[in-house]
Structures are given as C-alpha cells and as structure tokens.
Design a protein around this ligand. Structure first.
Ligand SMILES: C[S@@+](CC[C@H](N)C(=O)[O-])C[C@H]1O[C@@H](n2cnc3c(N)ncnc32)[C@H](O)[C@@H]1O
Length: 299
C-alpha cells in the first residue's frame, strides 16, 4: 500500500518521479508521430489515421506529493493532458470515487480536451466497456498506461488489449509484488499460484525456482532431516525479463524493461512498452537507456 497525504493524495518517492518523466518523454514522441499520421506529413504521404487516444487505467491522485518535501508533482493524468500535440481523447479509470472526482475537475483546466472517466476496476472497464466500443477500429490508435500499486493487471486484460492490434501498453509491472508472494522454504499455496497465473499468464517458471535440498542433510541431533524445499533468490532482472518474454507472446515488439528502484536500491517495478510497432520500441529503448545513464551518473 502506498502512503497518503492529508488530502488522500499519494506520497511518492524519487523513482515515481522518474517513471512519470519517462512517461512524459514517450508521450511526447508518440503524440508527435501520431499527429503526423493524421496529415500527409508521414512516409506514406497519405493521412491514414483518424484519431489517437490516451487511456490511464490507474489514474491516481492527479497531484501526488514528493516524499519528505512539501512539493506537488504532476501525476500521469496531467502529464498526458499537458502533452503537445494533444490526443483526440483521454480516458481515466480508477477504483476510487475521490480520485475520479479529482480527474473530473481537470475538465476546467483543460476545456478543449475530451475527457472521459470511468469508476471501477480497470480490468472490467477495459474488457467490457472501452475495448469493445472504442479500440477495434483499424484507423485509430491508443496508448494505454497501466500503473497499479501491485498485481492488479490481469493477463487476460493485457491479451485483449494486444488482440486489438491498435494499442501500445506502457506497463509498470510489480516485481516486488510477485517476490513477496513466493515463500522461501515451501511451495506456494495453490491460491498464490492461481493469483500469479491471473497476472502473468504462465506459472511454469515457479517450479524452476524451487529445489529439494541434498537428501543427506542432518538435523540438530544427527538424524536425517525431512527434506524441505528452498527457493533461489529471485533476481528482479530475471523476473522483469520473464514478464517481457511473456508479453512477446502477445505483442510483436517489447522494449527492454527498466527497473524502478527505491532509495535503498531495491527493485520495486519493471517498466516496459509493448507494441505492434518496431519504431515505438526503438524510441522507448533510447529513452530508457538515457535514463539509466543519468541514474549511473547521479549515483
Ligand atoms: C500507483 S497509483 C496510480 C498513479 C498514477 N498513475 C500516477 O502516476 O500519477 C494506483 C491507482 O490505482 C487505483 N486502483 C487500484 N486498483 C485498481 C483497479 N483494479 N482498477 C483501477 N484503478 C485501481 C488506486 O486507487 C490508485 O489511485
């Protein structure tokens, strides 16, 4: 769970600001390219795109507060609404009524933007409302930002977004959420395996990380002990590439993951882009490489 400020806003760390900066940089590039596809100013010389949209499936508190500082930060809805050229429409989803109210107030600041909001679980809203109604037209494109606290994005939702063939997804995958679910000294309970399967599609990898100790191990009294399972340390890099490899089964192209780390250098999330367009991935990897270089210089 995240910490909350006095008005219910999220209190966020440096890494979250990094994530929002990466989002803003990619949105800028995406929107510039897409707006050119609506004119003849593109390699085909013909306008083929009718409209492009932004969907924020976990809209958040709009203006989170920086940890240990009295400073408000522009959250993902503001980053999207400030992007130029503008998107043709914006969809914001959140399970919290207060947060949806905050997003709705943004209509006053951005009167020229078409803002739609939906209150509810984004898996239901995307699968039952937005995907069937909006995302199927081949002459439209959509950028979807999936930024949960934990393991709230269903693999089935990712699959349905991929199947539209018109969406790019920018997903902040909770590596910490997965690691926390897996006990060190015993197989995970069936409910846990089911939960992981719901989020990651496959769970075959779980058996690979648990192993029997050598049978000759003795207990304190010199008797052979009951063999118990132990799992390897789960490296965040490994888990992040496991997830991006899974995404490659649904999307033609997937960026490298960038690990989002807290102040003690623990990896919390892996951010990546999945798309059906190769250029999108090249741009994302360039943005991520620059971010990693700056991180090394700053550390
Ligand atoms: C990490 S915050 C989003 C931060 C926001 N994207 C930003 O960068 O400013 C996660 C948000 O997701 C909402 N949420 C949690 N579970 C959800 C679900 N299943 N569907 C939609 N929203 C959800 C929470 O209320 C919270 O506002």
């Amino acid at each position: 769970m995240s910490r909350r400020g006095s008005e219910g806003e999220d209190i966020i760390g440096r890494w979250s600001e990094g994530k929002l900066d990466l989002l803003a940089q990619y949105l800028q590039a995406y929107s510039t390219i897409m707006s050119n596809q609506k004119t003849s100013n593109n390699p085909t010389g013909k306008p083929w795109l009718r409209a492009y949209y932004y969907i924020d499936a976990f809209a958040g508190s709009v203006k989170p507060v920086a940890k240990d500082e009295q400073r408000y930060i522009d959250g993902s809805p503001l980053r999207a609404l400030q992007t130029e050229p503008r998107f043709d429409g914006y969809w914001f989803i959140d399970v919290s009524p207060q947060r949806i109210e905050r997003v709705e107030r943004l209509r006053e600041d951005f009167p020229d933007c078409i803002i739609e909001t939906r209150l509810g679980d984004c898996n239901d809203v995307l699968r039952n409302d937005i995907i069937p109604k909006v995302l199927r037209s081949p002459k439209q494109r959509t950028f979807v930002f999936l930024d949960p606290y934990g393991l709230q994005v269903d693999w089935e939702t990712v699959r349905e977004l991929a199947n539209t063939r018109t969406c790019d997804i920018f997903i902040n995958f909770s590596v910490m959420g997965v690691t926390r679910l897996l006990p060190r000294d015993q197989n995970p309970e069936p409910e846990v395996v089911e939960q992981l399967s719901k989020v990651m599609g496959s769970t075959n990898w779980i058996t690979q990380i648990y192993r029997e100790p050598p049978a000759t191990q003795l207990d304190l009294f010199g008797n052979p002990s009951e063999p118990s399972l132990s799992r390897d340390t789960i490296r965040s890099e490994w888990l992040a590439s496991l997830y991006t490899n899974q995404l490659r089964e649904l999307f033609r192209y997937v960026s490298r993951p960038v690990l989002m780390k807290n102040s003690t250098n623990s990896a919390l999330y892996a951010l990546c882009l999945a798309s059906h367009n190769e250029t999108a991935i090249r741009i994302t990897n360039d943005i991520f490489n620059r971010y990693d270089q700056l991180r090394v210089l700053g550390s």
